[in-house]
Design a protein around this ligand. Structure first.
Ligand SMILES: NC(=O)c1ccc[n+]([C@@H]2O[C@H](COP(=O)([O-])OP(=O)(O)OC[C@H]3O[C@@H](n4cnc5c(N)ncnc54)[C@H](O)[C@@H]3O)[C@@H](O)[C@H]2O)c1
Length: 344
């Protein structure tokens, strides 16, 4: 996934690091870059403009804060960290060193997501009232056998929420804003893993909007179905599709003035899509490099933290059988995660 981005003409790979020499060495050689088993030594010797963190989630925070502390910008893979308290520390480290912490959420760049963002930013949908997200990235048992860290509390800090659906949680927060209150169930239903393979949540936003989210690696179904209902229209987004309906009149005007059983007329609008940028790592790198060069907006630490905080809130809610308010109680989640990790 990073390979095409690392070949961008504006980039030069000045070093690569992995604790495992093979195939780490071959990967570095393919880019004509020196190979290191110690990433701190690599950073100290090569003094790169930025470091890309593509290691297991458990050490995103450690590697990122170390590099930021060495005065180097960091672009980290998702999830930003294992738990939200670590993300806080990463964001604080970036602020303290005046460096840029970016997070890889490539789905934000999909043409239909960029079109949806433009419609929402322009206020065309009115006030958001209702959000529904269903996402299935089905995985076989063999997937979890690919790495001993997969599907474990120590290795991932969560299951489908931390690994696969973190992208969908990010899209939901990116387009509709981070929910303010969550009530969730996060069971392990079919896979022989420690963490959740399925999650369902009831979501509430401060403006009164309500939402539902369902995701699983243990069910079949369309990879993604996402609906946002506003006071002035509806957006329906799928994988590579988007439809937009505008209400003939705002829902409040309809409620106030229409006949008792009058239907609210919906007019479908064509949504132009710009395919010149796709939802891949090239787009993420290009946005991040532009931010380093000219200070343009990018998916920074605060943006990257939203999905993790929502995931942590869902796990906390499920484990305590209570509704959880965001921002979540960091200490309560840390204590819960430590308990789950020690029991596993
Ligand atoms: N954005 C996306 O769609 C996407 C897709 C796949 C993976 N990822 C993320 O990328 C990260 C890595 O996932 P993966 O599937 O490539 O895992 P992986 O296990 O295949 O590879 C991780 C690599 O990190 C190396 N490593 C471990 N500790 C290290 C250290 N201290 N210093 C240097 N190298 C170290 C390992 O030896 C291994 O080569 C995960 O956080 C994952 O969530 C993101």
């Amino acid at each position: 996934m990073h390979q095409p981005a690392l070949q961008l003409p504006e980039l030069q790979v000045v070093g690569m690091s992995d604790i495992v020499e093979h195939p780490g060495q071959e990967r570095a050689a393919a880019f004509g870059a020196p190979f290191y088993t110690d990433y701190e030594r690599m950073v100290a010797e090569t003094q790169p403009d930025f470091v890309v963190v593509i290691v297991p989630h458990t050490i995103h925070a450690q590697v990122a804060t170390t590099c930021l502390g060495m005065g180097i910008n960091v672009l980290t893979e998702k999830p930003i960290a294992l738990e939200v308290a670590e993300a806080d520390a990463m964001i604080a480290a970036a602020k303290a060193t005046n460096k840029k912490l970016g997070v890889v959420f490539q789905h934000r760049f999909r043409p239909e997501i960029r079109a949806a963002k433009a419609i929402l930013t322009a206020g065309v949908l009115g006030n958001i009232q209702h959000v529904e997200m269903t996402a299935f990235w089905t995985r076989a048992a063999s997937y979890y056998r690919l790495g001993a860290w997969r599907g474990t509390w120590r290795g991932e800090g969560g299951g489908v929420l931390l690994n696969q659906a973190i992208h969908h949680l990010d899209l939901l927060c990116f387009l509709a804003g981070q929910p303010d209150r969550v009530y969730a169930a996060t069971p392990t239903r079919r896979h022989a893993i420690q963490t959740e393979d399925t999650a369902q949540a009831h979501l509430e936003w401060a403006n009164g909007a309500l939402g539902a989210l369902h995701t699983s690696t243990a069910e079949g179904g369309p990879s993604e179905r996402f609906q946002i209902v506003g006071t002035a229209g509806i957006l329906e987004i799928g994988d590579q599709s988007i439809r937009h309906w505008r209400f003939a009149q705002d829902i409040d005007a309809h409620i106030q003035h229409a006949e008792p059983f009058a239907r609210l007329e919906m007019i479908e609008e064509q949504v132009p899509l710009d395919a010149s940028v796709q939802g891949n790592h090239v787009a993420v790198y290009q946005q991040y490099i532009a931010a380093l060069r000219t200070g343009t907006p990018f998916t920074d630490g605060e943006q990257g933290r939203m999905a993790l905080e929502l995931a942590d809130a869902m796990i906390l809610s499920s484990q305590t059988h209570t509704a959880v308010t965001l921002p979540i109680d960091r200490a309560a989640f840390s204590a819960l995660l430590s308990r789950l990790q020690s029991q596993a």
